[in-house]
Design a protein around this ligand. Sequence first.
Ligand SMILES: CC(C)(COP(=O)(O)OP(=O)(O)OC[C@H]1O[C@@H](n2cnc3c(N)ncnc32)[C@H](O)[C@@H]1OP(=O)(O)O)[C@@H](O)C(=O)NCCC(=O)NCCS
Length: 406
Amino acid sequence: MSDYVLRTATDGDLEQVARLRREAFADPGEFNPEGTYRTIFEPARTHLIEQDGQVVGVTGAFTRDLAIPGAVVPAAHVTGVSVSPVHTRKGLLTRLMQAQLTDAPEALAVLWASEGRIYPRFGYGLAAQNVTMRADRRDLRITAPPAPGTLRGGIPADLIKELSEVYSRVLPHKPGWSSRDEAWWKHLTADPETRREGGTKARAVLFENPDGVVDGFARYRIRPNWDDNGPKQEVNVIELVAATPAAYAELYRFLLRIDLSRSLVQGLTSADDPLFHLVDEPRQLGAKAGDGLWVRLTDVPRALTARRYAAPIDVVFELTDTLRPANAGRWRLRAGAGGALVTCQRADGDPDFELGISELSAVYLGGTRLGALHLAGRVREHRPGAVAATSTAFSWPVAPYSIEIF
Ligand SMILES: CC(C)(COP(=O)(O)OP(=O)(O)OC[C@H]1O[C@@H](n2cnc3c(N)ncnc32)[C@H](O)[C@@H]1OP(=O)(O)O)[C@@H](O)C(=O)NCCC(=O)NCCS
């Protein structure tokens, strides 16, 4: 390994980093140096390994906030993890992960995994399910009565002010969503041909309430499809953000009645998406659950005191964390009613249960239940009832999910 050099990236590394990423992910696209990726790339947060001047391994992070139960906190948004195919399984990722987790100033890191088996060894836990929907719109009706308001169409890139205003209003109530500054809005609404995958240019629809306030929007594309039997177009929902039940219902009512379409496809929703309760035939939503956001707590007391809890809690747990030993050991977590007075301090005495950092990270967003991990044999309970009480305290009224792949 002596010929591999680990260092932080500079601005000048962008091209090599992007090339390596395309190589590792077998992405046939060309690097466009004028594209918006340059505006979100953070060299100071990018660790890379080079050999003979060639970048052969990289992991990056975006500096963004993440909504968690009851708060919005800084979280390292890990991205673009890539090792050149001819250098894999030599420990490069391990070195990169160690450096990244050591240097991250935030109390937690989040990522989307290309393969679920890669990250648990580095302390990540599966914190949020991702649900995709593929609905036949002809078999679906919205049961809510029509709500007063107006729909307005447009191009997402022209509507950033409206979109960002609603998004910021909704974000604190959506564990798993990530903050977006102006550069991110421009990046997400840029609409290069390479992102369309055979669909039209992106469109936006806004829902304005009777007072003229924009209470929600959807970004979507239409994927054309005609055969001998006529039109079968697909409405591909990039994202739907609604601050009120009326906005939610009216935006879906619109998306489900677009002429010439047969199906509605949405890739990033949650297990308790309100749509399941708004249609007359939920099975026709064609929902499928898979893994979504992975979380890694890097500073356990800071992370645990940042979130709120659904019920009062007072437990002592024993934690293992070989990669970040400062997290390991015995902790006492206390939270009062309504999530007040949260403390997490070193503890003596017998632990109520034992678990690893991957398990604690998994339950952090309130999606994965500690009780389920206990049933899977991944938590050892010493005081009967402690896991159930902790499971309840860590749960949250809405399931977490990530609304975008970063
Ligand atoms: C995933 C990837 C970054 C791993 O890099 P790497 O340098 O080969 O990883 P390491 O050598 O440090 O492996 C560390 C451990 O993880 C295991 N591992 C790594 N990638 C794995 C994978 N895809 N599947 C199963 N195990 C994997 C290794 O076997 C090794 O285990 P061991 O210590 O028991 O021997 C690399 O294979 C890659 O770039 N893949 C394509 C792009 C991708 O999927 N990136 C991840 C994006 S989220």
